[in-house]
Design a protein. Sequence first.
Length: 630
Amino acid sequence: MSISLVGGTILTPLEQLTEHTLIIKGDDISAVVPDHLLEETDTQRIDASGLWVTPGLIDIHTHGADGHDTMDATPEAMDGLAEFLTRHGVTSYLPTTITASRQKIQSAINNIESLIPGAKGARIAGIHLEGPYLNPAHRGAQTEAFIRKADPEEYLAWIEHKLVKLMTVAPEIDGVMELIDAGQRHGLEFAVGHSGATYDVMQAAADRGLRQATHTFNGMLGIHHRRPGTAGSVLTDDRIYAQVIADGVHLHPAIIQLIIKAKGINKTILISDSMRATGLEDGEYDLGGQLVRVERSIARIPSGSLAGSTLTLDAAIRNTMDFTSLPFKDVLPMATSVPAEAMGWNGQVGVLKPGAIADVVCFDADIVPRLVFVAGELIYEETIIMKSFFEEYLDGVIGLLQKIRDEEGPVVNEAAKILADAIVNGKRIFGFGCTHSSLPIQDLVYRAGGLMLINPIYGPGIGSLEVQPATITSAMERLPGFADVILDNTPIEEGDVLILVSVSGRNAVPIEMAQSAKNRGITVIGVTSREYTENVDMNSQMWCSIIKPPRVMQFLRRMICLKSFPLHLASPAMPCYMHLFLRPSRNVSLEVSHLQSTLLQMSTVAKSGTKSYGMSMAIAFSTCDDACDA
């Protein structure tokens, strides 16, 4: 049976197609046809409406992620890395080694070779050897003790290996030019990196077949107006593809713009250069036997040199769009068709056309992977949740709740069970708070580890705070049926969870919201001060539980705001509620400066006309360090 992706916008990526259907049969793409020519066949139809349908991403430089590293040389490490990459839209990749002993590099190669037949997730398309023939003066986080001259007794076994596809070398090091000559006879690609090669040496290396630059500008001789150096040669030689780490740390956004303008989209490759800490919390990690400290998602060795990145390739696309103002369709080739062309895979992967391998990703409007197919098999769907992981996670949460339980009693346990069940069963979690009571929820969002803003409210009348919160509340209370109007304009459904906050306990708005939500089969958790319990009939079962801030914020942050469970903030058709829901199976990172800028723009009052019931909602984000501290 074939698979038909219908209703989406297809980026091949060489052209953009609407009202077309992509058909997958077996491992390959069988057709891309206009909808009006589509014949009904025995096919599984998948509705891709509102999604971008693109080739799978290709990462030709990644050391590891999610606690795993290529140099671990274990099946578990490679399985974990492949699964993580798939969640971020990567369907083909080159696991990348680091400068190490001959034995350790060979162990990593042997491990990858043994896994290929039964590999799951993103496809291993070969191996990238970064080093060991590098320039110690530009070593970065490469271990100096293992940097060495090119030795044919060592490298011949590597370049003759069918899986070694790319080597990063320093052309000025003894024996490297001969290595390039030998590698060319076996179809091996070479990239300059960790190099101090002069312009003339670079030209000679390119003449011999060097065609790429590893993490351009990083770990190489820079540009001087009288000495172009390594970087100058990369920018001016049309034969060379420039790899770019677009995390805003390795390169200033203006330099990323410069590279793309100099090389063009068709000679620029986005890479992650991700290391073990990618997708995890800040802390101490290992890279090639070296201690790496990750702070604010930036990885460095003790000397201060950057040690790879914590970037994912989908985030690199989003960042490049932000840094350059280029649209998605222009940035996408740099992570699909361009790396495929640079590696000699053009026509097989990185494109959507009949006969190509069916590596396909469906991105939402925020360039977040929703569906990922590898060789025609649906490997990742955003709503898929691994229950065993949640069970393990919840065991840890129990310990964190011990301090809160003594004061809050069984209601916290009840709320924990409700939220846990919602997460495990794929239900969404929403939050509503009127005026000042919205701040705890918004503070929760602000502090979430990994956060994405969807459809922020920009519209007429947004400006400085002109309406007092009490006026807004009073206006809402006078609108009959306002709670139903709000719920009608949100995607909340029966079985979802609604967290209602009323700090004062004297606002009628959340009470009506609770009643309306309960009538729709929505589970409600009430968050209020102690005195609110005196005003609510607990026997009415309007609330499933009542717990008070700020301890509830400690609980919710621990329960929800884990980097693996990023919160998302969205606005419905009407600017009168704050919507939080979980997308548990991926991590999203956002530059703090960009986040703060976005939040600042949203810290306003949205004023609507009478046709939308005249409702307004104060949207402000608390950034106080002492607010609701865990």
